[in-house]
Design a protein around this ligand. Sequence first.
Ligand code: GUN
Length: 291
Amino acid sequence: MSAVILDGKALAFRIEARLPERISALKDSGVEPHLAVVLAGDNPASHVYVRNKQLACERCGIKSTRIDLPNDVSQEDLMRVVADLNANDSVHGILIQSPTPAGTDELAITEAIDPAKDVDGFHPTNLGRLVMGQVDGLLPCTPAGVMEIIKDAEIDLLGKKAVIIGRSRIVGMPLALLLAQKGIDATVTIAHSRTEDIADICRSADLVVAAIGRPATVQADWIKSGATVIDVGINRIVDESRKSGSRLAGDVDPSVSEVAGYMTPVPGGVGPMTISMLISNTVRAAEMRLG
Ligand code: GUN
């Protein structure tokens, strides 16, 4: 059997295609959705992510402002940038690209963002709403993108077993809440680096989400025949046969496609969805301000 490939890139474009109508309505009301992206330091992957986020803003007709800060930026300076963006009424969304440089306190920076402008959905207020079952606000982008992929493929998780590998505050934890919410009704296990018998746990799952950050970790013999496998990993690995000398690989071994029923590719799966959720959140933040 060969898995149906869940094309996140195509879905992302379909979601983005629905936005211009809402953006026009906002502009008719005198509001231009505006995302501010703060990139501190010289992490090469972060530069690529931020560039892709800005390109998506351009594609969708959203204003974006990028603020580049040096690797040795102080906590005080970062906090001042956030305070200025909070106070700037023309800005609807604030994104501080993670990770922030060594020596800075990323959680304190996240908490300083106005929750109404928190288009990453990482602020405790927004994560707290999610815990309370309020899923109509600003949701974390990668988990929201995973949920859109599952919805679009009409995969029914009622009463099914879902295993998320990875317990990050950006992906694993919020995704567990979204999968367990009323109306989706999955039974969720969060596995992580200390989990025993992880392959066994995955083998019983109808859905496996890999958010580990280590290439080709999930193997074909971890997966039940016909299960859905969502690969959140974006790992750059050396590949001398490529002109660039490297390629992207997910957390899931490609051989899994011979066992799974549905599977997301890397690239072209969850990554583009994360970006379209960010743009959607920025539009939503502007709409919420308008009331
Ligand atoms: N770094 C990796 N993923 C993300 C994300 O979704 N948002 C931010 N701000 N930084 C990230």
